[in-house]
Ligand binder design. Structure first.
Ligand SMILES: [Zn+2]
Length: 254
């Protein structure tokens, strides 16, 4: 109950003019929201920034502009349905650029080892999201690429809300999970077949596993929905039912 009242008060707080300037100048999709959704987004950003800690890494000084852009992109995911407020993410680590992280991989001989890997984002089930600011910033003006690292990593956070990072977020019914699995498995199988023929209708990284598939499909749903619809209309519909209809961010080519 305490959280409810605290969040209610945060939503009602005056949204700082400097933050509003960031939304207006840096996020083209903000202008496509109705006034009601703009106000809702502002309230969600207030909650996000009050509840999560940002830490600069690699010498980065985290500014309010960075915090507002990350918060706005994350909150965009939940704008049209009951928000979780990403309860497992308490800290966002920001690096200036791509960072090296040990990633568990299957090595020859069947052993699991940690390979240093260059990354622009990571999502941990318990506690944190790690982002490269340069990639976050690029996603604000290069929506047509269909890439958005903040949407990607926070989609993983939504995915973990179902108890496992398995490519399905928390859904309302077992029938919804069944439908989710059917649509995603069908689309993933088709993507792998395309890739085997040397075609990449969407980012091949999506073929890694259902969790990456959901994260990449989420990026496309918000940033390049026509490309997602062209690849798989049923998948686009599934995400529309989950995220809600959302105005496209970019003037993408069909
Ligand atoms: Zn991922």
């Amino acid at each position: 109950m305490f959280t409810f009242f605290r969040r209610h008060a945060l939503r009602k707080r005056l949204f700082p003019a400097a933050w509003l300037e960031v939304l207006r100048r840096r996020l083209p999709w903000y202008h496509r929201l109705t006034p009601e959704l703009q106000r809702r987004l502002q309230g969600r950003i207030q909650i996000f920034l009050a509840e999560k800690t940002f830490e600069g890494c690699g010498g980065l000084d985290v500014t309010d502009t960075m915090r507002v852009i990350v918060a706005a992109q994350a909150c965009r995911l939940e704008l049209q349905h009951d928000p979780t407020h990403f309860p497992h993410c308490t800290t966002i680590y920001l690096y200036p650029d791509a960072f090296v992280s040990p990633v568990p991989q299957l090595l020859p001989g069947g052993v699991i080892g940690e390979i240093p890997t260059v990354r622009i984002g990571e999502s941990w089930h318990r506690g944190s999201v790690v982002l490269a600011w340069r990639a976050v910033e690029a996603s604000t003006w290069a929506a047509w690429t269909g890439r958005n690292v903040v949407l990607h990593e926070f989609a993983h956070q939504l995915d973990s809300g179902s108890g496992a990072v398995d490519g399905a977020p928390a859904l309302r019914s077992s029938a919804a999970y069944t439908r989710w699995a059917q649509v995603v498995n069908g689309a993933l199988t088709r993507l792998r077949a395309h890739l085997a023929w040397g075609e990449a209708p969407i980012d091949p990284y999506a073929a890694q596993n259902p969790a990456e598939f959901f994260a990449v499909a989420t990026e496309l749903y918000f940033e390049a929905p026509q490309r997602l619809r062209a690849f798989d209309p049923a998948l686009h519909q599934l995400l529309e039912d989950y995220y809600g209809a959302f105005p496209s961010a970019g003037a993408e080519a069909a």
